[in-house]
Design a protein around this ligand. Structure first.
Ligand code: SAM
Ligand code: SF4
Length: 334
């Protein structure tokens, strides 16, 4: 039997997040600049290479695969890749195939995704105000996303809404976002804005709305019950006693939950990042392309996992951004 992937801190790596493209049809202000330079297409792993890489990880014990980007659903032929990955669900090797999306292409792909065995998806919605949505995403349109969410729900997928907590932007929508999700049966997770990409320190501090503050505001209206649910990531969950709704908090800044980290991230060019908040990575594209045999690739994966760091160094204390990563979230895959 193949030995599982265990890192130096005895954490089993069972979760792979894969960015299938750095491109996107939106330009969210906390994620991208308006005029991003994207990678030349030739740099990207082909869909066949992505299949081979992901399948190798599945062979090494990865049980959960999250497809992300950039916007994964703008990658040409992406359904071929989902279809290919669904064979690992059928075999039982993979327990969950999922994706994080901005929802713009969901109306088109929801049925096919569900057919490939995708049962739960994350859709990013930071505001329910169409004008504010157009402002924050620059190129996005809210009605199209809402239509996509409706299509996903109709196709039988469970939708979780991700909202980045942005000071002075969606603070006033805390309750409307929660009520909308409760009404439509979506889980909701708030994310603290992370220092990814070169947005300028002042802008980051300006955008940063601490989730401890957000939680305290929720408590003004609801009774929050802490839940023991863990996904191996930085999310912690509560249930609102009055509505029964589950709300998650992703707080890499105010809290550090790296000790239970079970994940690694693969970029669309085949770089494996062992931690979202550290620069160290392993190039898997070279061993992948060097040989049709997976031996060198497997060795490269194992040696990368053997140097997974203990945790990130993000810190916003004392009005300073520390642990800043120059790469954008769309590169590593949020
Ligand atoms: N395009 C897809 C989407 O928006 O859901 C998938 C990729 S996106 C990079 C994944 C998640 O990262 C989104 O929920 C987005 O809001 C979040 N994100 C992007 N930049 C971020 C940042 N600087 N801090 C915190 N979250 C960020
Ligand atoms: Fe695109 Fe997602 Fe980044 Fe927004 S957060 S620009 S939708 S990749």
């Amino acid at each position: 039997m193949t030995a599982p992937l265990i890192d130096p801190f005895a954490r089993a790596i069972s979760y792979l997040r894969v960015s299938v493209t750095d491109r996107c049809d939106f330009r969210c202000s906390y994620c991208m600049t308006e005029h991003m330079t994207f990678l030349p297409k030739a740099e990207l792993l082909t869909l066949e290479e992505l299949d081979r890489l992901c399948s190798t990880f599945v062979g090494l014990g990865v049980e959960k695969l999250r497809i992300t980007g950039g916007e994964p659903l703008v990658r040409k032929g992406i359904m071929t890749f989902f279809r290919a990955m669904s064979r690992h669900l059928d075999s039982g090797a993979l327990k969950e195939l999922t994706l994080t999306t901005n929802g713009s292409q969901l109306a088109k792909y929801a049925t096919e995704l569900a057919d490939c065995g995708v049962k739960r998806i994350n859709v990013s919605v930071d505001t329910l105000d169409p004008a504010k949505f157009a402002e924050i995403t620059r190129w996005g349109r809210l009605p199209q996303v809402l239509e996509g969410i409706a299509a996903a729900t109709a196709a039988g997928m469970k939708v979780k809404i991700n909202a980045v907590a942005l000071k002075g932007f969606n603070e006033d929508e805390l309750f409307s976002l929660a009520e909308w999700c409760a009404r439509d049966g979506h889980d909701l997770t708030f994310i603290e804005v992370m220092p990814m990409g070169d947005m300028g320190e002042a802008q980051r501090i300006d955008q940063y709305w601490s989730l401890s503050d957000l939680r305290a505001r929720l408590e003004e209206r609801y009774t929050l019950q802490d839940l023991p649910d863990r996904t191996g990531g930085p999310a912690r969950y509560v249930r609102l006693k009055e509505t029964g709704q589950r709300i998650g908090f992703i707080t890499p800044l105010t809290h550090n939950f790296c000790e239970s980290c079970n994940r690694v991230r693969l970029t669309c060019t085949g770089e494996l990042y062992m931690c979202l908040g550290q620069e160290d990575m392993a190039d898997l594209r070279a061993p992948l392309r060097a040989s049709a045999d997976n031996a060198a690739l497997t060795t490269a994966i194992r040696s990368a996992i053997a140097r997974k760091p203990k945790g990130h160094d993000f810190d916003y204390t004392r009005q300073k951004v520390a642990g800043q990563m120059t790469r954008h979230m769309s590169h590593t895959g949020g």
